[in-house]
Design a protein around this ligand. Structure first.
Ligand code: URA
Ligand code: CA
Length: 433
């Protein structure tokens, strides 16, 4: 087989066989196929697309390019959740103990990564003593015992995707539905999930800004999952403003605990109940989404969700008393208010901009070497649709620096106030089952 012939085939809109796709992914991973040929190939895919079968083959070839996590020693159906990213997305911190409390095993492998705030592991490390440096054996034992554990990413998962994603980044081929869908799904499948729940975000703060595109991406991922034998469902949710109120590591931990107590922001709670119901349903712990939701509401009300969180934190060295005493979480020195400059209604909170403001405070990593400040971040006091009066607080800035002018300017640029009344956006836009 010659790569040039396969590029030509795709360029002319023909369909590639499983053998041809495996040849491309294998060759590229090993370095036998150079970047310039792979670039031409991805551009051909960008214009010609891929059939359902090609997408499934492409995904599995990327899964096979590296290590695969074996979770078979964990009892039950392992359901993973993936969100296409957002700002202040605290759902994983809530969902892991929440669904574990109804018996769904959560074996979470997580990274640190770059971004506006830390990843799930960084956030959890705001709990004094908590650590993810556990062996694979301890990890499996803890999931069987408490139904939830988190371990740091190890091994060499989907190297083909890593290499290809970087190449797409510099060849204007990121924005192709078959390539995005196979990229995301390959990582979930390699991480050992039996079933997958996807939260595809749309709106100004999301990767897929347009609703129809988000829907196409969700459908593409659901089809890939189901075609390779992993039951997959998706929800499309609004990201035209950050989720909940907190953006920042310790602040999000606190918000997650509030939510597990039934005292969290309504949007965050609603999203967690929606995604959680799907996870419980896929794990076959309930016969319908409605019954699954009832189970989740019950464990919030009877305190079992909170107990599960405490057991999970203690098992990994964390001080579980933070749950009852938030002053044990890292605290910022300065709390500075962002005063509204005019009367009106909040019409827009550009999630990207707010995320960047949190990053300027030190809540996230700009490079792999950056050190995160777990205490700092933002607490929104207003959301879209809320009325504001000039001088009222829009956001409390939690900072370890006294001078936050740059952060304030970024926030003023990102929060728009209109003189007319604005409706608050619908959060759950569509379910794809
Ligand atoms: N996120 C991914 O993991 N892959 C893509 O291709 C796009 C977004
Ligand atoms: Ca949040």
């Amino acid at each position: 087989m010659r790569m040039v012939d396969l590029i030509e085939k795709k360029r002319d809109g023909q369909t590639l066989s499983k053998e041809e796709i495996t040849f491309i992914i294998d060759g590229y991973t090993k370095g036998d196929i150079p970047d310039y040929q792979m670039s031409a190939f991805t551009m051909a895919v960008f214009f010609r697309g891929m059939t359902d079968e090609e997408r499934a083959d492409f995904t599995l070839a990327m899964v096979d390019s590296g290590e695969k996590i074996d979770l078979s020693a964990i009892e039950g159906i392992k359901v993973d959740k993936h969100s296409t990213g957002g700002v202040g997305d605290t759902t994983t911190l809530v969902l892991a103990p929440l669904v574990a409390a109804v018996g769904v095993p959560v074996a979470k492998m997580s990274g640190r990564g770059l971004g506006h705030t830390g990843g799930t592991i960084d956030k959890l490390e705001a709990v004094p003593g908590f650590h993810v440096e556990i062996t694979n054996e301890e990890f499996i034992e803890l999931v069987n015992k408490n139904k939830v554990a988190v371990i740091g990413q190890s091994g060499n998962l989907t190297p083909a995707d890593k290499k290809l994603y970087s190449l797409r980044d510099v060849t204007a081929t990121v924005n192709s539905i078959p390539l995005i869908a196979s990229s995301i799904m390959s990582k979930k499948i390699a991480a050992g999930a039996d079933a997958i729940v996807l939260d595809v975000k749309t709106g100004a703060g999301a990767f897929m800004k347009d609703f129809e595109e988000a829907k196409d991406l969700a459908k593409a991922m659901v089809d890939i999952g189901n075609n390779v034998g992993r039951h997959t469902i998706a929800v499309i949710t609004d990201m035209s403003q950050p989720l909940g109120y907190a953006i920042g590591n310790a602040l999000e931990v606190q918000e997650a605990i509030d939510t597990l107590k039934g005292e969290g922001p309504k949007d965050l709670e609603e999203l967690c109940l929606t995604l959680g119901s799907q996870m419980v349903y896929l794990a076959k712990k309930a016969n319908s989404l409605e019954a699954a939701r009832e189970l989740l509401v019950e464990v919030i009300e009877n305190g079992k969700a909170l107990e599960t969180l405490k057991a999970f934190l203690s098992a990994q060295g964390g001080d579980a008393s933070v749950v009852d005493d938030y002053s044990k979480l890292p605290q910022a020195t300065y709390k500075i208010e962002l005063e509204a400059k005019e009367d009106g209604y909040v019409s827009e909170i550009i999630a990207d901009g707010v995320g960047t403001a949190a990053m300027l405070l030190g809540a996230g990593r700009a490079t792999k070497e950056s050190v995160i400040d777990l205490a700092v971040g933002l607490l929104l006091k207003k959301k879209i649709g809320d009325q504001v009066i000039k001088g009222e607080n829009l956001v409390t800035i939690y900072s370890n620096r006294e001078n936050v002018e740059e952060v304030k300017n970024k926030l003023y640029d990102s929060i728009r106030i209109s003189s007319e009344k604005v409706e608050s956006p619908t959060l759950i836009l569509e379910k794809i089952i």
